[in-house]
Design a protein around this ligand. Structure first.
Ligand code: UD1
Length: 333
């Protein structure tokens, strides 16, 4: 089966390609390297011993999408291509909406033309806004997003929902990712944010390796186990495997499905810092800072639906997430 991966060289795209290739799928990749590097392709070949067919370009370029679909027999599309910086999205909302929403409209148009109607879309737990309870289940209320990045994901979810309602021969799966962290255990690929990372795990890794002097822990007065924010960290390879499970279970279906992808377990900032220190035998300098605007106390998934319907289960522990994140940063200094 041939799977088109948009955002192929990005963090989640690249790890998913490894899982797909290891499970016998053929992959066609598309990326414009807006937040990744071309050498990821060599790295993927190094890990898997396989070469992928790759197109460099932008999903806003409809002619390019048309060319890809005319040159390949594509069975399934996984759309990872998007901008993902919460901060940038606030200062450049229009760029975010064009890149994250218009690109999907182009993709759908071309998929429709070639009668390819199987799509997995990368959404995010951010669509739940301020959740009223945890663990979050898929039928909980969405909306109340606090930034254009989150709103762009919400809009695309709605567009795909409307699309399915208009034509139920589509096969659409929305994955709402919680907090993907870690790296491929080889340390060859991982998360390589541009500049100073906004997310916790890459920030910890940079403090651990001396690239940044100090971690600020945003708030220790939340109503949580130790006062620091609680999130559902999920190993990137577990997340990648969910896509393989979804294709296996859903490839001949005509359904609209939504799944949370998390572990179902919350971990606090301090717990993550302590675990990182212990498994990697490093010291993380930190200080307690004021709460970050827009943050919530606790956010973790119920992942039961994906487990039950996709036959997927997370395997990696918080210890392994910290170990693999550190291994990657040390090897890619
Ligand atoms: C953030 C985004 C979310 C996005 C997700 C991707 C916001 C408000 N939300 O979620 O839209 O989908 O990343 O993974 O930005 N923390 C610190 N110090 C730091 C960085 C983070 O204490 O330097 C804390 C935060 O306050 C939070 C936890 O670590 O409690 C996790 O933060 P982060 O990795 O940014 O993820 P989210 O806030 O869950």
């Amino acid at each position: 089966m041939n799977v088109l991966i948009t955002g192929a060289t990005g963090y989640i795209g690249s790890h998913t390609i490894v899982s797909l290739l290891e499970n016998g799928y053929e992959v066609i990749g598309l990326d414009n390297f807006s937040n990744s590097k071309g050498n990821v392709l060599d790295k993927l070949e190094k890990i898997t011993g396989k070469k992928i067919k790759f197109y460099q370009g932008n999903m806003l370029n409809e002619d390019l999408l048309d060319k890809i679909f005319s040159e390949n027999k594509i069975d399934f599309v996984i759309d990872f291509a998007a901008y993902k910086s919460v901060g940038d999205s606030v200062s450049k909302p229009i760029e975010y909406y064009i890149n994250n929403v218009s690109s999907v409209l182009n993709l759908i148009k071309v998929m429709k033309k070639y009668n390819i109607k199987s799509l997995i879309f990368s959404s995010s737990a951010t669509v739940y806004g301020m959740p009223s309870k945890v663990p979050i289940i898929e039928t909980d209320k969405v909306g109340g997003t606090t930034n254009p990045y989150g709103t762009s994901k919400l809009f695309v979810e709605k567009i795909l929902d409307d699309l399915y309602k208009s034509d139920n021969t589509w096969n659409i799966c929305l994955f709402r990712y919680f907090n993907p962290v870690g790296a491929h255990p080889s340390g060859i690929i991982g998360e390589m944010p541009n500049g100073v990372p906004a997310n916790l795990m890459p920030y910890i890794s940079m403090v651990a390796t001396g690239k940044l002097p100090l971690l600020q822990i945003f708030g220790n007065d939340y109503d949580t186990i130790d006062g620091t924010g609680v999130r559902d960290y999920i190993h990137i390879m577990d997340l990648a495997d969910a896509h393989v499970c979804a294709i296996e279970k859903l490839h001949n279906k005509q359904e609209f499905n939504i799944y949370n992808l998390g572990t179902g377990k919350g971990t606090s900032v301090l717990e993550l810092v302590k675990t990182y220190e212990k498994v990697n035998k490093v010291k993380i300098n930190y200080k307690i800072a004021p709460r970050r605007t827009g943050d919530i106390a606790s956010c973790y998934a119920s992942a039961k639906k994906a487990e039950k319907e996709l036959g997927w289960k997370t395997k990696y522990t918080i210890e392994e997430m910290c170990k693999d994140a550190h291994n990657f940063i040390v090897k890619n200094d």
